[in-house]
Design a protein around this ligand. Structure first.
Ligand SMILES: [Zn+2]
Length: 146
């Protein structure tokens, strides 16, 4: 018998400990099911969801295009080493995503050849869940401090 732990291990992650493989996310769970290959949807920079704009390995909130792209490209390489059926592509500079994996490392339709599309997980349910538990934890800390 192994010991069972009732509390999930990742319930209270500190922002600095979070590790992402993409810098943007799509808002709705199931985007990969409802979109067509011609549709580009807006993505949200993940660092904007943190109170001070600092989350794990994400670029700082005041980072500009090139810097964001460099970080996002490195993270995308990690995702590119394995294949997940719900993955699509995105541009971390103009914040758009598409389900067609054929766009990977091909020019972003808005930014052009200088900004090839990177890999994005469209079904970011677990990401959003960890962000929520982070926020809840943060709120409870703030309330206790009053
Ligand atoms: Zn773009």
């Amino acid at each position: 018998m192994w010991p069972f732990k009732k509390k999930p291990k990742i319930e209270y992650l500190e922002a600095a400990e979070l590790n992402f493989t993409q810098v943007d996310f799509t808002e709705r769970f199931g985007d990969h099911l409802s979109l067509s290959e011609d549709e580009w949807i807006e993505t949200i920079p993940m660092n904007r969801t943190f109170p001070d704009g600092k989350g794990g390995n994400l670029p700082p909130i005041d980072a500009i295009g090139d810097e964001i792209y460099r970080i996002a490209s490195r993270l995308s390489e990690i995702r590119e080493s394995f294949r997940v059926p719900t993955d699509g592509v995105y541009c971390p500079v103009c914040h758009i995503a598409n389900i067609d994996y054929a766009h990977l490392r091909n020019p972003c339709p808005k930014c052009g050849p200088s900004t090839p599309c990177l890999r994005l997980e469209l079904a970011t349910l677990h990401t959003i869940q960890s962000l929520r538990s982070f926020k809840q934890h943060k709120n409870s800390v703030q309330q206790r401090g009053k």
